[in-house]
Design a binder for this molecule. Structure first.
Ligand code: ADP
Ligand code: MN
Ligand code: MN
Ligand code: MN
Length: 339
């Protein structure tokens, strides 16, 4: 007997990588081991030397196929078994290890938009739906589009054992959010990539596509972000560390270093309107959804907790955003002796 292993990896498409997957039949009792693929078809190799290596890093039950079948998230390696240039997880591994003693954890809010053909779900054939206002966390067929897909995706994430912590309808029709975490940098990123794969795969059965486009409809419509919530042990224990973390993200070239790696098209979304701060001005504040970084009111009240970096785009690479925040904040906290 055998089971099916769906190998999932991140390709080399620019400027935003895409997910790919293919199936391997594995004998019962065997582990889904190292595998390979044709990198010349994924922007990861040239035709004359096309082999890339799949190194399994995270395995979970496959809720689509069920039974003993599994999903296998992989890192992409070159044939000499060093990380492929598109492999951003390898860089995060090193940083996560360096600062592991500070126990950094992340919760990422993944916003996305359903499309049916060329229009967001809920947009009429001609013109536009009623202006934003009633859709966020709404209920009823006049405001909600795609809930059956969202519920199926949530059930699939839970059946896969992912650390999903909630879902909600967003500000624009057809726009939704799920949250993953709080988990360690590697865990939250691996599980967010698998949750994204499950989103596309679940919606596929409904004839609907999901997109992480940060500004799917131009004009007076909200973009899609990936607010990244972050804390270390010291931040979960006291307010001084919260302030140090917020300040560290504003130091010197840090705002630009971060923003330019927070997802393609970030200047289209971080305009200063629609609950965003302008991409080129760093700010932080309590309860402030117009700031780059928000300190939730409860965190100020309790004098401890976490911060929310509101800048990352929906299409951000979680391996990159968690690496940058861990590096910047944990280095400053270490320097300040707040560990
Ligand atoms: P918002 O009010 O911004 O919509 P959400 O409830 O959607 O907030 O998301 C908050 C996220 O913060 C969740 O993913 C949650 O798991 C995460 N979170 C909660 N506490 C912490 C913490 N101490 N460190 C990091 N992330 C946290
Ligand atoms: Mn949210
Ligand atoms: Mn949101
Ligand atoms: Mn948020």
């Amino acid at each position: 007997m055998s089971f099916k292993a769906e190998y999932i990896w991140i390709d080399g498409t620019q400027p935003t990588a895409k997910l790919r997957s293919k199936t391997k039949i594995v004998a019962d009792g065997a582990e889904p081991g190292v595998w390979g693929f044709d990198g010349s078809s994924t922007n990861q190799a040239e035709g004359h030397s096309s082999d890339c290596v799949l190194q399994p890093v995270f395995t979970c039950p496959d809720p689509i196929r069920g039974g003993a079948d599994v999903l296998v998230l992989c890192e992409v390696l070159d044939t000499d078994l060093t990380p492929h240039p598109s492999n951003t997880r390898a860089e995060l591994r090193a940083v996560a290890e360096k600062f592991a003693a500070q126990e950094p954890i992340f919760g990422i809010e993944q916003e996305y938009t359903f499309f049916k053909g060329s229009r967001p779900l809920g947009f009429p054939e001609n013109g536009f739906p009623a202006a934003q206002g009633g859709y966020y966390c709404g209920v009823g067929a006049d405001e909600i589009f795609g809930r059956e897909i969202v519920e199926a995706h949530l059930a699939n994430c839970l059946a896969a054992g992912l650390g999903i912590s909630g879902i909600n309808a967003e500000v624009m029709p057809g726009q939704w959010e799920f949250q993953v975490g709080p988990l360690s940098p590697l865990d939250v990123s691996d599980q967010l990539w698998v949750a994204r794969w499950l989103l596309y795969r679940t919606a596929e059965d409904f004839g609907v596509s999901a997109t992480l486009d940060p500004k799917p409809v131009k004009g007076d419509w909200n973009g899609a972000g990936a607010h990244t919530n972050f804390s270390t042990k010291a931040m979960r224990e006291g307010y001084e560390a919260i302030v140090t973390a917020c300040e560290s993200l504003g130091e010197g070239s840090k705002p630009l270093d971060h923003v330019k790696n927070y997802g393609a098209g970030i200047d289209d979304r971080l305009t200063g309107l629609h609950e965003t701060a302008p991409w080129n001005e760093y700010s932080y504040g309590v309860s402030d959804r117009g700031a780059s970084v928000r300190i939730p009111w409860q965190v100020e009240k309790d004098g401890k907790g976490y911060i929310e970096d509101r800048r990352p785009n929906a299409n951000v690479d979680p391996y990159v955003v968690t690496r940058l925040i861990t590096e910047t904040c944990c280095a400053s906290l270490e320097k300040a002796g707040q560990v």
